[in-house]
Ligand binder design. Structure first.
Ligand SMILES: Cc1cc2nc3c(=O)[nH]c(=O)nc-3n(C[C@H](O)[C@H](O)[C@H](O)COP(=O)(O)O)c2cc1C
Ligand code: SF4
Length: 495
């Protein structure tokens, strides 16, 4: 894994032929179209037929993925910075806003003291960010009849820092042989009891009511990135009704949905899932030196085989995935009436290269252990396999496209036109360049200077107690003193 490879930067690939040659040299399956298609010739402009969300037909095939900003008030309310981000999501032209950003269903479930909390007290603010997104979208694109907005509901579990940016207060599904040390889990008292889970399920039900009250079209029940409900999917070693068999490990989702319906709430439901996972990675100590993080290598897992501490991983070789339970989970979602399945992978905290492929690592990460295009292709091909088995009434959203840069539209067109996914979800690229796909489909070209180059400042900043944002490319953040601080941090660690 730590063998060095020659990283070819995307901007050096001047033509689609160059891009294809590079993809071929990597031996990966990552097809693309010859040119950016516009208007009705682009599959990205077609509505999603067959499924309606809150009675609406989704007007095109690109979505904004949820992205936290670490910039709410300390009671989980909105600020001008949150408002600005949501307005920019509206300006993007995407007709699906998948979650906006993770919102904690209760104060102790926050991943940082400034995460939004979805409760009665914050209702007016949540209504305001939704309204401002709608009016920004309407001003530019005329109609919002075909735009759907969801709120992402979460509890951060192992990654909770609800009271202090630098103090972890983890609550976990089970004791983990590798992650416990990294996230300060030292006692069985940090493991949720079954009675506490029953209360948590009620918190989700109440949060879904708040979402419906303020006009959200759907709620996402977050099951990704190592946060609490994702961790429960791998609670093989947990005794009792929420651990062990697949049926027990998915009980929380079933109970949340039946609780929402029992309360008379008809809001539509999506689930964001890490479709596969790997063992945690760390910088290779042999190849690290002061001022330079080493390339990522897996943590030693020899003492914990079979590796039953991640969802949809190969238990005998946890640097490979096994999709058996992912397929089962997708089928469960269908049975439960879930309308959107949004697929991601891994975790930004312990294996960021599989979750958000990047050329520059975040300050607590490692240099890429593989060409980041390998990570992009891995996610796209997993989504393709899940989509091939999914029923027509489940909308599939794919992730991990930002690293494609100039070739994002070419690949996005291919995967949608060929039914590899229904919708292409955009994360980091939108922080840098909200209108990326709106420009592609209207002008047939991108503004090169606005393209996200995966510098990872939007991750490094919150890891070091600052608000997130695209510091290098969004002038609103470049003008802040934090930008210089970030440069110094990155230089010191060699990120
Ligand atoms: C700053 C930042 C914040 C994020 N916050 C969330 C979040 O709140 N919920 C979530 O499901 N994913 C979150 N993600 C992950 C993104 O939704 C997305 O999966 C990831 O960035 C990979 O997509 P990309 O290659 O388009 O960036 C975040 C990513 C970034 C960069
Ligand atoms: S800071 Fe900007 S350029 Fe860097 S990864 Fe984030 S969005 Fe992309």
């Amino acid at each position: 894994m730590a063998e060095s490879f020659k990283l070819v930067r995307i901007p050096t690939l001047k033509t689609v032929a160059d891009f294809r040659n590079h993809v071929a040299s990597l031996g990966i399956d990552l097809p693309c179209e010859d040119a950016i298609a516009t208007r009705s010739a682009s599959p990205l402009t077609r509505a999603c037929d067959g499924v309606s969300i809150n009675g609406k037909r989704i007007g095109n095939r690109f979505a904004i993925q949820p992205m936290e900003g670490w910039d709410g008030t300390n009671t989980g309310g909105i600020t001008d910075e949150v408002l600005r981000r949501w307005q920019r999501f509206g300006e993007s032209g995407a007709k699906m806003i998948y979650g906006g950003e993770a919102m904690a269903v209760r104060p102790d479930g926050r991943a940082n003291p400034n995460q939004l909390i979805i409760n009665e007290q914050n209702k007016a603010g949540l209504a305001k960010i939704r309204e401002s997104l709608l009016s920004a979208h309407r001003a530019r694109y005329g109609t919002t009849e075909d735009l759907v907005i969801g709120f992402q509901l979460t509890h951060s579990g192992r990654f909770c820092k609800p009271n202090d940016k630098f103090r972890m207060e983890p609550r976990v599904a089970y004791r983990h042989p590798i992650l416990d040390a990294k996230f300060k889990v030292t006692s069985d008292e940090q493991v949720w009891t079954d009675a506490e889970i029953e209360q948590l399920i009620q918190n989700y039900v109440q949060a879904a009511k708040v979402a419906a009250d303020v006009g959200a079209d759907f709620v996402d029940i977050k099951h990704c990135h190592g946060y609490l409900l994702h961790e429960f999917l791998s609670a093989h070693t947990r005794p009792g009704k929420y651990g062990g068999a697949f049926e027990n490990r998915t009980r929380i989702l079933r109970d949340i949905i039946s609780g929402i319906r029992a309360a008379g709430n008809k809001i539509d439901i999506g689930v964001r899932l890490s479709a596969f996972d790997f063992v945690p990675f760390k910088p290779d100590a042999v190849l690290s030196r002061p001022g330079k993080l080493g390339p990522g290598v897996p943590e030693d897992f020899s003492h914990c085989l079979p590796y039953r501490y991640a969802f949809s991983v190969n238990h005998s070789n946890p640097v490979e995935y096994d999709l058996t339970e992912t397929f089962q989970f997708a089928e469960l979602c269908r049975q439960l009436g879930v309308k959107i399945l949004n697929l991601s992978a891994g975790s930004p905290y312990y294996n960021p290269h599989i979750q958000r492929p990047a050329i520059y690592p975040p300050s607590d990460g490692y240099q890429p252990p593989e060409d980041p295009l390998v990570g992009v292709a891995r996610q796209i091909n997993v989504v393709r396999r899940i989509k091939a088995r999914a029923p027509g009434d489940l909308i599939i959203v794919g992730t991990g496209y930002s690293y494609l840069q100039e070739y994002l539209p070419h690949v996005a067109q291919y995967v949608v036109r060929n039914g590899w996914t229904d919708v292409v979800g955009l994360g980091r690229m939108v922080l840098a360049y909200p209108e990326v796909l709106a420009d592609a489909v209207s002008k047939g070209a991108l503004a090169t200077k606005s393209i996200c180059r995966t510098f990872s400042d939007c991750t490094t900043a919150p890891r070091n107690g600052m608000i997130s944002g695209c510091y290098p490319l969004d002038k609103y953040y470049s003008a802040k003193p934090e930008f210089q601080k970030l440069k110094d941090i990155k230089k010191a660690v060699g990120a």
